[in-house]
Structures are given as structure tokens and as C-alpha cells.
Design a protein around this ligand. Structure first.
Ligand code: SF4
Length: 365
């Protein structure tokens, strides 16, 4: 692009963004804490899904100090349903570091931002450009797709050399007079117009600059990534239910157990409160019963019949989970170390994963 057409490209995209950007709560001001929170929530999550979580989170933790000083369980409870809980855990760890080392203000220096848990190149560039006007261009999958189409760049985008090339392109295109708006405009274009499956080239504000469109390559850029083979996992979970409608949940494992299968289970339950759950191989009911009796009840028998419930399906990245839930009705719940007794119909007092929520639903159906 010549300097002249670069200027006109920048003006066109920024003009479009000023007129058509979506009204999103984190765009109301340039508060670094709010922008940081939104950027973390928007990783792996669509804006429409993130909005109610974002607003609820801010009601409880209006600034860094409140987040840093909250019990982790409170943070996870407000995150419950968004998934990828390491984001919430890192968010709080970073808040504690910001309070301890940066007087409660998100650092404006790139090296200091990158040293915080959960902050990578993309997130740092997004926060620092939007909140502090730093001249840093963002590059994530969304922006990379737009750049690849604009420049008719073929091949797998995540290959190191290509990613570096895309970062250079993003740096060259960055409008240094308004880096925050520029980055948001690129992201907005990728999210609303130059979408993965059906880009709306006719409505695109920068279609006259698009090499991919000119050459009829839009449908083949970016090249499809080779998907990792799906791993099938079968789990079984036991839901105790007493006559008052209460159940028991086990506490989040503090460290991931060493054995491979157990490690999978703890991670799949997002290291949150959960029903007794194991990975099973052949006879789910028998293996589950034996696990609960020997590991949780000190060799005592379960005082009731295991009743098989409707299968639960769940997918986490490349893992496809079939969960076989069982319910056992008992006169009195057994006592298990570090458990919590809660109404089966309302487990909202503790943070639970979507998988656990689905099991509870199956037990109530
Ligand atoms: Fe994307 Fe089409 Fe616009 Fe090119 S013209 S940037 S492919 S929406």
C-alpha cells in the first residue's frame, strides 16, 4: 500500500468504526481495569455472552482492590458458566500483583503488563492501546483473518513465520494517532463483517483495498487448520439425594492428582465443586460405586440403589465427554471430608462447572 492509500484506508476504517461500532459496556470509558476485564472475558467468549457476566462482575468488584481481596471462590462463582476458569484464576492473581506492585493501577509499560498472569501479547496490546494510547497493534485469530484476506495471504496463519509476517502487517497498518480506536476497528471488522464463514464483502467499508476479494480467494483464506483428533472420554458421577432434596458436592481439588485419568477428570470439572466423578472404562455403575465406597466412605456401603440417569454430553476443546450420571436416594447424606451439603435444585452457593450443572439437571429431571 502506498502512503497515500494507507492514509485513505485508515480514514475509511476509522470512519466506519465511529459510525457503526456496536454499543458495548466496556467501550463507555477508557478505564484500564474495565478494559482488562473485558479483554479477558472476551477470550473464547462472544461479546453478547460476556456482557451480563461483565456487568455482574463489576457490581461485585468495581476496582482492582475489591477483586484482589475477594475470596477466590467468590470470583469463580461469578465466572461460573463462562468456562475456561484459568482466566478467572489468573485475573485474580494479576489483580493481587497489581495491588502489591503497581499501587492498584494496571501498568502502562508493556514489559510490566506482560509479566502479569494471563496477559499475552494480544491482551497487553489491546489494553495498553485502548486505555493508554500506546502504539501497539493487536493480532489475534480474528485480526489475522482480516489481514490475511486483505493481503491475499494464503496458508496456515498460526505458522510462526506467517504469524510474524501478519504482526508486521498489523504494525504497518496501525494508525498511530488513534491506536486504541484502530485496534478496536480491526477487531470490529473481523467480528461483524469479515466473519469466518460468511464475510459480507459487499458491505465491507474497505473492500476496495482487499486483494483477497479482487483475486476471488476470500473463501479459501484462511486455510483450514488441521484439527486435533477428538478424544472420547467416559465419566460417571454420583448424585446423592436425601429426603429434604439436598445433595453433596466435593470440594475443588487443591492440586491436580498425579494419575493421568484423575488429572483429566479434575481439569474437566474445571477444578470447581463437583459430584463424585471418575473416569470409567467398562462397568460404570460398579466402578463408580466401588470408588465412592472405598475412597469417600471409608469402606462403608452406599445406603441405596444407584439409578442410571439420562446421559450427559459435553465437549471441551478436542475432548468429547459422555457422562453417565447416577442418582441414589438416601434417608441421610453420608459425611464426606470437605464436602458441602446444598439443595440439589440450587447449587448457586458455590462455583460449579457447566458439566456439573448438566449432571444436576439430569438428576432433577
Ligand atoms: Fe473481508 Fe470481504 Fe472486507 Fe475483504 S472485502 S476485508 S474479505 S469482508
Amino acid at each position: 500500500m502506498t502512503p497515500l492509500s494507507l492514509k485513505s484506508f485508515q480514514r475509511t476504517l476509522l470512519g466506519w468504526f465511529a459510525q457503526y461500532q456496536r454499543e458495548l459496556p466496556w467501550r463507555r470509558d477508557k478505564d484500564p481495569y474495565r478494559i482488562w476485564l473485558s479483554e479477558i472475558m472476551l477470550q473464547q467468549t462472544r461479546a453478547a455472552t460476556a456482557i451480563p457476566y461483565y456487568e455482574r462482575f463489576l457490581e461485585h468488584f468495581p476496582e482492582v482492590k475489591a477483586l484482589a481481596e475477594a475470596p477466590e471462590e467468590h470470583v469463580l462463582r461469578l465466572w461460573a458458566g463462562l468456562g475456561y476458569y484459568s482466566r478467572a484464576r489468573n485475573l485474580q492473581k494479576a489483580a493481587r500483583e497489581i495491588l502489591a506492585k503497581h499501587q492498584g493501577f494496571f501498568p502502562a509499560e508493556l514489559s510490566e503488563a506482560l509479566a502479569l498472569p494471563g496477559i499475552g501479547n494480544y491482551t497487553a496490546a489491546a489494553i495498553l492501546s485502548i486505555a493508554y494510547g500506546k502504539k501497539l497493534a493487536v493480532l489475534d485469530g480474528n485480526v489475522a483473518r482480516v489481514l490475511a484476506r486483505l493481503g491475499a495471504i494464503g496458508g496456515e496463519l498460526r505458522v510462526d513465520s506467517r504469524w510474524r509476517q501478519l504482526q508486521k502487517t498489523a504494525d504497518t497498518l496501525l494508525d498511530t494517532r488513534a491506536p486504541g480506536d484502530w485496534n478496536q476497528a480491526m477487531m470490529e471488522l473481523g467480528a461483524t463483517v469479515c466473519t469466518p464463514r460468511s464475510p459480507q464483502c459487499l458491505l465491507c467499508p474497505v473492500n476496495k483495498y482487499c486483494e483477497g476479494r479482487k483475486r476471488g480467494l476470500v473463501g479459501s483464506i484462511p486455510e483450514k487448520r488441521i484439527k486435533r483428533a477428538t478424544e472420547e472420554i467416559t465419566l460417571a458421577a454420583l448424585v446423592f439425594a436425601d429426603t429434604k432434596g439436598n445433595t453433596l458436592l466435593l470440594s475443588p481439588p487443591r492440586t491436580l492428582p498425579k494419575s493421568k485419568s484423575r488429572a483429566n477428570v479434575a481439569a474437566l470439572l474445571s477444578r470447581l465443586w463437583h459430584f463424585p466423578t471418575i473416569q470409567v472404562r467398562r462397568d460404570a455403575a460398579k466402578e463408580l460405586q466401588s470408588y465412592v465406597e472405598t475412597r469417600l466412605l471409608d469402606g462403608e456401603r452406599i445406603a441405596g440403589q444407584l439409578q442410571a440417569l439420562k446421559k450427559v454430553r459435553h465437549a471441551v476443546t478436542y475432548r468429547s465427554i459422555t457422562l453417565l450420571p447416577y442418582r441414589v436416594d438416601v434417608a441421610e447424606l453420608p459425611r464426606v471430608p470437605h464436602d458441602k451439603v446444598l439443595p440439589l435444585a440450587d447449587l448457586s452457593a458455590v462455583p460449579i462447572s457447566n458439566l456439573t450443572r448438566k449432571v444436576a439437571r439430569a438428576a432433577l429431571a
